[in-house]
Structures are given as structure tokens and as C-alpha cells.
Design a protein around this ligand. Sequence first.
Ligand code: NAI
Length: 396
Amino acid sequence: MALSFDVVVIGAGPAGYVGAIRAAQLGFATACVDDWKNEKGEYLLGGTCLNVGCIPSKALLESSENYERVAHKFAAHGIAVTGAKMDVRKMQARKDKIVSQLTGGIATLFRKNKVTWLKGRGRLIAGAASERYRIDISGGAGAETVAATNVVIATGSTPRELPGVPVDNDLICDNAGALAFGEVPKRLGVIGAGVIGLELGSVWRRLGAKVTILEALPTFLAACDDAVSREAWKVFTKEQGLDIRLGVKIGKVSTGKRIVKVEFADGEGQKAVEFDKLVVSVGRVPNSVNFGAAALGLKIDDRGFIEVDAHCRTNLPKVYAVGDVVRGPMLAHKGMDEGVMVAEHIASQAGHVDLDVIPWVIYTAPEIAWVGKTEQQLRADGTAYRMGQVPFLANG
Ligand code: NAI
């Protein structure tokens, strides 16, 4: 007989693992399926955020900021440091250790909370009369099938690819490759001046790379309040030396022996620039297919997101979807909140997530954070508002 669970969560990123733990704490027999593996073939929990996203990027941001302080900023404080050097391999080893401690920490949390960790790729199928759903798990310690009354889909997202710009994570990298450089590239190109482009562009600039960021939109950080984006533009370009080009149309991208050539057009005409590494960070796409749910009639919108209501219920009975695979910002803390909300709903409690008050943070220096609507959104909506500004300079 197949193992049977009250709740099976597909995906162990922040939305999935937090939802699974909450469901188990509420007394449900809970399992979480995930097929994330490292290069040694070991299964890992934590998904993109822990393995190749939030956590490793913050580790590198911290290391690179420390280096920049020592190399360039301590002098103003009267601290003289000569011969400061960056050992990139050591920095990467520290990052890898943080990642493995945290992914291991989730395994401990699963054990403590009695969440069953199912290793392998989950595939949702209709269940027999006595149960609602079955999930086939392949790739782990052999094939296995479990039964589930409630299913929570937390399959996350993957980097959006640009046609004609194939990611090999050697010369042309996505977030995973850009977090793992073994040395500082002399010339780093980044396509997309979004959150990843700015954070990882900052890391490698601080360590000595000449960073050029190519952004399609004519405006900088459009999601942010205009006054903040204007200030950020000045700091990032003039003070810190990020070379950010706006209104760019990417043309042919070709690789040679250890170089990437990017042809593009901007307001000034046609250009071609050579880089030692290129990072493509042009957004992410939801992982809403390839786990069987589509065959059961799961509704997916035209942008690929699983359709859900305010409580993350899909059109299939007792199937929920949370995190990057549904509408709303692709942020770990938003997914975590949705995971908790769904577990509480399954327990007939009243969990709630208000998408209008999810905080955003971009971990550049200075950090940029906001919550709620921006001034330009209020203006566009015709909402009356009062505006206030306090310069940091006035803060003692
Ligand atoms: P993003 O949506 O933040 O930025 C992508 C940028 O690429 C946009 O500015 C877009 O206009 C530009 N772009 C798109 N197509 C282009 C093209 N053909 N040529 C040039 N530019 C183009 O996406 P990003 O940076 O890839 O991050 C993915 C997700 O990860 C985001 O949704 C974000 O929420 C999440 N994330 C959050 C972080 C945080 O909370 N601090 C850190 C890193 C990622």
C-alpha cells in the first residue's frame, strides 16, 4: 500500500518547506517532495533561495562589501590598511559553507517537525476512490508512489532565457553561474538592471571587475519610487562606477575563446562590447508544467502562472499553489507567508496574505527598501496622497 499523507508539498523552497513545517505543526501527516541535487548527486532542501539565490548572494554581498571597506573606505576613518587582497576561493568556500549549513538546517527542522522528505521528482496524478491524489516520485531511491488528501504546489521559478543567448554557466551565466565565479572577471557584462543584475553586478564591481549593465527599459528601477531610483542611479553610476546603459536592444551574442561578444543598439547607435563573463538576469518564469498537474486540468494563466484565489486555492479541489509559481512578487518571504496561510486554511484557520504590503529590499549599498504603492502608482491610480521626504544627511 502507498504511504498516505494529509498534505504533500511539491517543492522544498521557502514557500514549500515553510508550508510543510506549518502543516506538520498543525497536526497533519505531511511530506515534502523535491528533486534539487548538487553536483555530487546529493539531494538538497531549500530550492533556489538557499542554494543559488538569496542566501549565497547575501554571503557574497557581505564579503565584497567588507573588502571594499578595507580597500577604499577605511582610510577616511583614519584606518590605514596596506596590501588588502581578496581571495575569491576562500570567499566562495565561506559562501558554500553557509549554504550547506542552512540547507542542512531545513533537514533538521523536517526531522524535528516530523515532515517526511521525499527525494526525487514528484508527479501528480488522480487518486483512487479512497484518496484524492497520488504522487509518483522518481529519481530518488527508486520509484515510489504516495497518496495525498491535500496537495501544495511550490515548484518555484527558473531564470528566463533570452533567445540566442544560451546559458552555459561558464562564459554566459544565470544567477547560479554568477554566484560561483572562481576569480574576478576583468570585464563583466550583465543583461538586465533588475534585482539580480544590481546585486551581483555590485559584488563583482567591488572586487575589481569593470561592470557594464545592459537594460532594455528606458527607465532605471521602474518598480521603485521615482525619487529613490533617481538617487540610486546617481550612486550606482557616478559614485560606484557601474556602467548602466538604458533602452538597450540586445543583438547578436557570440562566444570566442574565453570571451563573450555582445552586439547591441542603444540611443547612441550600434555597439559591440567584449566581456570575460556575461550574466543574464532578465527575470524568472514560473515552473508550472512538467509535474502532471496540467493533465488533471490545473488552470494556468497566459504568463505561465498557476491561477489561484486570494487564499492560494487552484481550480482543482484541495490543490493549492504558493510562491513564485503564482502571481505576486517572486520573493522568498512572500512565498513563506503563502505556505503558512495554506497550511492554516487546510486546518480551517484564517490565514491571510496581503500582497499590497509585501516589503522589497535590494541589497546594494546603500540598500533600497520599500513597501506598498510608489508615488507614481498612486498618481496613475488617481489616489490623493501626501508626500514627505527626509534626507539621510539630516539624520544625526
Ligand atoms: P527583475 O525582474 O528584477 O529584472 C529583470 C530586468 O531585466 C528588468 O529590468 C527588465 O526590464 C530587464 N530585461 C528584460 N528583458 C531584457 C532584455 N532582452 N534586454 C535587457 N534587459 C532586459 O529580474 P531578475 O533580476 O532576473 O530577478 C529575478 C527575480 O528574483 C525577481 O523577480 C526578484 O524578485 C527575485 N530576486 C529578489 C531579490 C531580493 O529580494 N533582494 C534578489 C534577487 C532576485
